[in-house]
Design a protein around this ligand. Structure first.
Ligand code: GDP
Length: 298
């Protein structure tokens, strides 16, 4: 991920290296190159526009510095802008004052929700929490069983509908899980919801019904970073249909061009909170905008 963008930006910066001072024409030419690099990386157009105009503004306003040459100054400006569009600070999970903290996952089928549920559960367990995983995806064949397998691997309990008891009603399952968590002293509930291959109203309504029933402390929108520009459209649809507090990017280990990662925060106004970087449960961490920016500019 980001290799093409990294290479492109590196060559933009190296062309500035010989310059003693940047003219407005140099800055404009640099901004044009940055624009192309971002568009090629599949970054959404409004994000590209804002990014480039901020870089231009700051580059023009930059004083001649003793410490940094023009190329280094532009690198610093681009780095700062990358950190900004990626969300600035790391946004941590908000825990409920009265446990359990309820976390609901939403997203398209195949986004990596079920895997993510296990990853998040393991991550929280390692920090001393006692999460309960909840199988509220009753749509996809085997989804319940898949979550049970994931729960076992993560060493975390799974609340799933008993056969013949509440099957087909994910709202009931979700509601029941919060009571179960209270009874069994789980301090966190992670609800895996159903996805579809595409956005549809029924899916949105079901997710919204679960949200209304359990009033989650955090709704996390899980999105596959490999789907490029579609990630933005999907995020907008979920924002309207369900609403969410944070984003989880999955499959950041893939060879997509990175546009989803760079666009989703700006487009939805919601922070990227976690990143998933592989199929194993350990391939997961909190999302750090500054580290991601450094990786791009490395
Ligand atoms: P769901 O339909 O949203 O619940 O998606 P799943 O959790 O079943 O994941 C769909 C596929 O993506 C599975 O084959 C996962 O192993 C795979 N997957 C999930 N997260 C990642 C990731 O971060 N990187 C890679 N490479 N694969 C992932």
């Amino acid at each position: 991920m980001f290799e093409t963008l990294s290479d492109r930006l590196t060559s933009v910066f190296s062309s500035l290296r010989s310059k003693g001072r940047l003219s407005d024409a140099d800055i404009d030419a640099t901004c044009r190159e940055i624009r192309i690099a971002l568009l090629e990386a599949d970054v959404a157009l409004p994000v590209v526009r804002d990014f480039v105009s901020h870089v231009r503004e700051r580059a023009r306003g930059t004083e001649v510095s003793q410490a940094l040459n023009p190329a280094q100054q532009v690198v610093k400006i681009v780095n700062d802008e990358l950190v900004t569009i990626l969300g600035g600070e790391t946004r941590r999970l908000r825990f409920a004052k009265n446990p359990p903290t309820v976390i609901m996952l939403a997203g398209l089928q195949g986004a990596g929700k079920t895997t993510l549920a296990g990853k998040l559960a393991l991550w929280l367990r390692e920090q001393g929490h006692a999460p309960l995983l909840v199988a509220a995806d009753l749509q996809r064949p085997n989804a319940v069983q898949q979550l049970q397998v994931v729960g076992e691997r993560a060493g975390v309990a799974v609340h799933a509908p008993e056969p013949g008891n509440g099957v087909g009603d994910p709202v009931q399952v979700a509601r029941g899980s919060v009571e179960q968590a209270r009874r069994l002293q789980h301090d966190i509930v992670i609800i895996d919801t159903a996805g579809r291959l595409g956005i549809d109203q029924e899916l949105m309504k079901q997710a919204a019904d679960i949200r209304d029933a359990v009033q989650p402390d955090e709704v996390l929108f899980v999105v596959d970073a490999m789907i490029g520009q579609d990630a933005v459209t999907t995020a907008q649809a979920f924002m309207e249909g369900v609403g969410f507090d944070g984003v989880v990017l999955t499959k950041l280990d893939g060879d997509a061009r990175g546009g989803a990662a760079l666009s989703v925060r700006h487009i939805t106004g919601r922070p990227i909170m976690f990143a998933s970087t592989g199929e194993k449960l350990e391939d997961f961490d909190a999302f750090h905008p500054d580290r991601m920016a450094s990786r791009i500019l490395d």
